[in-house]
Design a protein around this ligand. Structure first.
Ligand code: BTN
Length: 249
């Protein structure tokens, strides 16, 4: 296992993408890149991913799940499981793989790039706790699709026995280890995902981005299907959405 921890970097995802060949040539496939400060991070659909002072940003290599489209959902579930075991947090999922706190605010996101058919570059951003500097330095709050929030009410619990720098190195590694040792099969992913969803049986709006023109759908979210697609009930018909962004009411 190889961890590269950088004091600051534009994006751990780009760093890993740019340097992956060097490590694969040495047969290193269990590789994680973390940072204490990400200066130009991005999320799904090229959106900006702001870096908060009390946040984690890391990327790692991971073999895809047998059902490839379930992989990002699996990772989100495993991160929620890890945090709940270690810190008794109560976190939820918004389709497909956003991590929300109990107020419905987004505090974690997952980005996937396929290196090849079976190997993924996974990027994880987790906003741990508020900091007074957040509002001053991050001007994009109004642009977020989901309101931003934090996993913990206070950072004290996290940084009382360990420096912030060490924490930002150690916690990504602990999460990564939990993920690789607790991979799930597709049946478990679908069951766990539906249990953790914050919007099951609720009215939602989905922006379908796979279509050439963006299409908006509105209906009751009844769960996910075998490939992780959103199943939306619209006037007694079930519609499947494979790629998109979901908006909560
Ligand atoms: C999303 O919800 O849109 C996914 C956000 C992913 C952000 C992480 S932070 C670490 C890694 N580096 C990046 O530039 N992005 C991902």
């Amino acid at each position: 296992m190889k961890q590269i921890h950088l004091k600051a970097i534009n994006s751990t995802q780009d760093y890993l993408k740019e340097n992956i060949h060097e490590y694969l040539e040495k047969n290193i496939r269990d590789l994680i890149v973390s940072t204490s400060k990400q200066t130009n991070g991005y999320g799904r659909n090229g959106r900006i991913w702001d870096y908060f002072e009390n946040a984690l940003a890391f990327s790692f290599l991971l073999p895809a799940n047998q059902i490839k489209t379930l992989t990002s959902l699996e990772i989100a579930i495993l991160i929620i499981e890890f945090l709940s075991i270690k810190y008794k947090t109560e976190l939820y999922l918004k389709w497909p793989n956003d991590i929300l706190n109990s107020r419905g605010e987004k505090c974690g996101g997952i980005l996937l790039d396929f290196f090849d058919q079976n190997l993924l570059i996974v990027g994880v951003g987790l906003n741990l706790a508020n900091s007074l500097n957040d509002k001053i330095f991050f001007p994009h709050f109004e642009k977020y699709i989901s309101p931003a929030g934090y996993i913990f009410d206070s950072a004290e619990l996290l940084f009382n026995q360990i420096s912030k720098e060490n924490f930002k190195k150690e916690m990504p590694l602990n999460i990564y280890n939990y993920i690789i040792h607790n991979r799930k099969n597709s049946e478990d992913i679908i069951n766990c995902w539906n249990k953790l969803s914050i919007h099951i049986n609720k009215l939602v709006k989905i922006i379908e981005t796979a279509e050439e023109k963006k299409k908006y759908l509105e209906g009751i979210f009844i769960g996910i299907g075998a490939s992780g697609e959103a199943l939306i009930k619209i006037e007694n018909e079930i519609k499947s959405v494979f790629v998109g962004s979901l908006i909560l009411y």
